[in-house]
Ligand binder design. Structure first.
Ligand code: ADP
Ligand code: ASP
Ligand code: MG
Length: 810
């Protein structure tokens, strides 16, 4: 014999009930089927009762909603007059009860218990009528409770005796029905006979009590998810079903808010090792989860769960050593007040105890402590208790934890790296639970971070904010879109674009922005200023997030520090920050180091070429960069490679801009500013402290071209063509070419247009290519040479992509 329990969603609609019917009727063995109220009805009953109590006539509407929900269901399922009449007596009793509360404006516990019991009483009737060969049993005949403080506890001996009696004939051929239908949740008080219940979610408990008392083969909890998952699937989208859990693990998780099973429901079946299967009514072929005494495959972390809205109460004393029986007094006092404590942390020096209670109990708990220790407080031996509210507790559970070192260390590290402080920590009652307290506003992020780090068997996630959708940003989004599936399949990495912004608009979606028509939706996105952008990105508070800057904006570069400070990595194609004041550059680097996040800007120099990474690799391994000589402007190289008898200088500038090789304002290239920035960045990465003003610039366009308006600039540009042509012819005759060279040597920095003779390694440099020669202690006689495309949207986007990927690999 097996006991099956169907939850509120499983009995909530006609289609769901047809599923239940198929599942139950398809079985050979005898079954006891425990049912919850139709999903949401328990809440509706409680709120109708509360309205009636405070004299709000709205309770009638609430009642009508309950009535029509049930009548509609009966019509759909049975359609007959008899079917429609099935619940009428119960519905009219319910109305009488509610009217009574409304008249008297009081709601005694007894009446509340009665009212809330109608949910299960009605649903059980429906299921009994629907399933062939079924007989309805009344749980009120055999589930018994006894009151303790403000709650009802199971009266185990009395219940067991009554259950055995009620089901004496069931299963041994005396009772003809193949299926027993039992309303879950509801009970009676052993002494008064009043209707009570087993607490919210209590139908699981009813089913477990029956399974244990009748030595069932198995208990099956049929619900609306494929099984017990690694974390609450409503919060963690990447959670997945756990095949097998031990009772101990399941208890820890359920006690800590995994509502898939009501925690007390595990107690009756555990000692008898009756397996519990969690199954999905809507996907019966899914394997589900089995809970057994032993987990055959204990992992250091099996699952995580959380409880929100808690408070920490702190008790401290210069020395508690002298105060006798502090723990028993403390917990005794709290328990007398009916305050439940679910986390305790005590320092070994006995100078403090911190414990967690619900936000709602915080004040009462604080006062209880102060009252209990009033004498000690008045003598100054102890300080008055403090309460810190709006916190959340996270439990990390796994039986394999005791065999694997460093779980707690890893937890603290990853939370810290994501900017989350741990306010208290307790190694749970067992060896396989570590509980942490964080601020409530960090709960979702904490769960995501922990899940992501401990469940890598599925996939890792990076959450990207992409700012700028010009040529580079646009290409990057396309590249990510094109690579996403492969990365997920081959690298177990999910790249999630959670925000896209351009200068004045942005769209944000923590589940991932739909990339198919993002430009159209961006046009209707929210209005953005840089500070609003900052607030949105920081406010989303997403774990493993990366801000990707594909703009050339100083305002956006000005946001990096705060992003880094909030645990958000920054990947940027924008050179402004890394080439800004040395102090600012240093501060960004230091902040990223302090926060354990990355600040990457490989594409600032040489687009996708691995120049900065190479310099870092050399210096990190103890080499010293002595000299840098480089052609770093793809734009200028393009210009000087394109200039010819047919294409004058001014036209080459226009072409560079049109083909996306130049900065949006080509004067940034012509003025040497772009190359100066790049040289400064390289020198800094090589370990030198340098400012842009220290770089000597020998330019080839007169100064007044840089101070006039854009239009004037374009208008004046052809006036330079003749001189350039004359010089070009001379160079051609001398077998030389122009290269705009950046140089660092012996503390001297310069950028200048140089005439390069044939045979020099800079001479053959196609199109917009870049070349860099690094003379180092190790590469002394023959400098290291890096050469290739140094500009262009797609290689730059690819370089940004590579930086993003290197964050995923940390
Ligand atoms: P029922 O009405 O069937 O009793 P519940 O709503 O009580 O269902 O429990 C199932 C729900 O529990 C799931 O829909 C899911 O949202 C939630 N849940 C929370 N934590 C977990 C977890 N670790 N695994 C699976 N479900 C979980
Ligand atoms: N109907 C009750 C509740 O909503 C019991 C249950 O669903 O298990 O809490
Ligand atoms: Mg439930």
């Amino acid at each position: 014999m097996k006991v099956l329990k169907f939850g509120g969603t499983s009995v909530g609609t006609a289609e769901a009930l047809q599923q239940v019917k198929q599942i139950v009727e398809g079985r050979e063995e005898r079954l006891i089927v425990v049912v919850s109220a139709l999903g949401g009805v328990t809440d509706q009953l409680l709120s109708a009762a509360a309205m009636a109590e405070r004299g709000d006539v709205g309770y009638r509407n609430a009642y009508d909603t309950i009535v029509s929900r049930h009548r509609d269901l009966l019509r759909e399922l049975f359609g007959t007059e008899a079917g429609m009449q099935l619940l009428e007596p119960l519905l009219s009793e319910l109305k009488t009860r509610l009217d009574g509360v409304f008249t008297l404006k009081v709601l005694p516990e007894k009446t509340r218990g009665e009212i809330v019991s109608y949910g299960e009483r009605m649903s059980a009737r429906i299921v009994a009528a629907l399933i062939e060969d079924a007989r309805l049993y009344d749980a009120l005949d055999f589930i018994r409770t006894v009151p303790q403080q403000d709650r009802n506890l199971l009266d185990t001996p009395e219940t067991e005796r009554r259950v055995r009696e009620a089901f004496a004939g069931f299963g041994d051929g005396q009772d003809e029905a193949a299926v027993a239908i039992v309303p879950g949740f509801i009970a009676r008080d052993s002494r008064t006979g009043e209707i009570t219940n087993l607490g919210r979610g209590g139908s699981d408990y009813t089913a477990s009590i029956l399974a244990a008392a009748l030595d069932a083969e198995a208990l099956e909890i049929w619900t609306d998810v494929d099984g017990f998952m690694t974390a609450d699937p409503r919060i963690i989208k990447t959670s997945y079903v756990i095949d097998t859990l031990s009772f101990a693990e399941a208890m820890e998780l359920c006690n800590f808010g995994a509502k898939v099973v009501y925690a007390p429901a595990l107690y009756p079946v555990y000692p008898k090792d009756i397996p519990v299967h969690i199954k999905n009514t809507f996907n019966p072929s899914a394997r589900g989860t089995t809970i057994r005494r032993h987990n055959p495959d204990p992992r250091p972390v099996t699952g995580i769960a959380s409880i929100g809205d808690i408070a920490l109460i702190t008790l401290s004393a210069p020395s508690m050593v002298g105060i006798v029986g502090i723990d028993s007094r403390l917990f005794g006092a709290l328990s007398r007040r009916g305050i439940s404590v679910f986390l305790v942390s005590q320092s070994s020096s006995e100078t403090g105890i911190v414990f967690g209670v619900s936000n709602a109990d915080a004040e009462a708990a604080r006062l209880t402590v102060d009252e209990e220790f009033a004498t000690e407080i008045s003598h100054g031996a102890m300080r008055p208790a403090t309460a810190e509210k709006d916190l959340a507790a996270v439990a990390v559970v796994g039986e394999g934890m005791k065999y694997s070192k460093g779980i707690a260390g890893k937890l603290f590290t990853i939370l810290g790296r994501n900017g989350i402080g741990v306010l208290a920590c307790a190694q749970g009652s067992s060896d396989y639970n570590i509980s942490l307290v964080v601020e409530q506003r960090f709960l979702r992020k904490s769960l995501n971070v922990i899940h992501d780090s401990f469940f890598l068997s599925e996939y890792q996630e990076l959450n990207l904010f992409i700012c700028g959708i010009g040529t580079v940003g646009g290409q990057l989004i396309e590249q990510i879109r094109g690579q996403r599936e492969r990365l997920m399949r081959e690298r177990n990495l999910k790249l999630n674009i959670v925000g896209i912004a351009r200068s004045t608009r942005g769209i944000f979606d923590r589940e991932g922005v739909d990339l198919t028509d993002y430009r159209a939706r961006l046009a209707e996105g929210i209005d953005l200023t840089p500070s609003r952008l900052r607030d949105e990105v920081i406010g989303m508070n997403i774990f493993n997030s990366v801000f990707v800057d594909c703009t050339a904006s100083a305002d956006i570069a000005g946001l990096y520090r705060e992003f880094l400070d909030h645990g958000i990595s920054v990947v940027t194609a924008n050179k402004i920050a890394a080439s800004s004041d040395y102090a600012n550059y240093k501060e960004l680097k230091a902040t990223s180091l302090k926060r354990g996040v990355k600040f990457l800007f490989e594409t600032n120099v040489g687009a996708g070429l691995p120049i900065i990474n190479t310099i870092n690799a050399l210096t990190n391994s103890g080499d010293r960069i002595e000299k840098i000589e480089a052609v770093l402007s793809g734009t200028l190289n393009f210009i000087f490679n394109t200039i010819s008898a047919d294409i004058p200088f001014s036209k080459t500038v226009r072409m560079a801009q049109e083909q996306g090789f130049s900065e949006p304002d080509p004067r940034i290239d012509l003025s040497g500013k772009d190359v100066i920035r790049k040289l400064v960045i390289l020198a800094r990465e090589a370990g030198y402290q340098v400012e842009q003003s220290q770089v000597e610039a020998h330019l080839f366009v007169p100064d007044d071209f840089f101070t006039c308006s854009m239009e004037e600039f374009w208008a004046k540009l052809p006036s330079l063509d003749a001189k350039f042509e004359q010089e070009r012819q001379r160079l051609e005759a001398e077998h030389k070419c122009w290269r705009f060279v950046a140089k660092m040597e012996n503390g001297h920095y310069s950028v200048s247009l140089r005439e390069i003779p044939m045979g020099h390694s800079f001479y053959v440099l196609e199109g917009s290519n870049n070349i860099i020669l690094l003379t180092t202690e190790r590469y002394h006689q023959h400098p290291m040479l890096i050469q290739g495309y140094g500009a262009g949207a797609s290689v730059t986007a690819a370089g940004v992509f590579a930086d993003i990927m290197s964050i995923a690999n940390i």
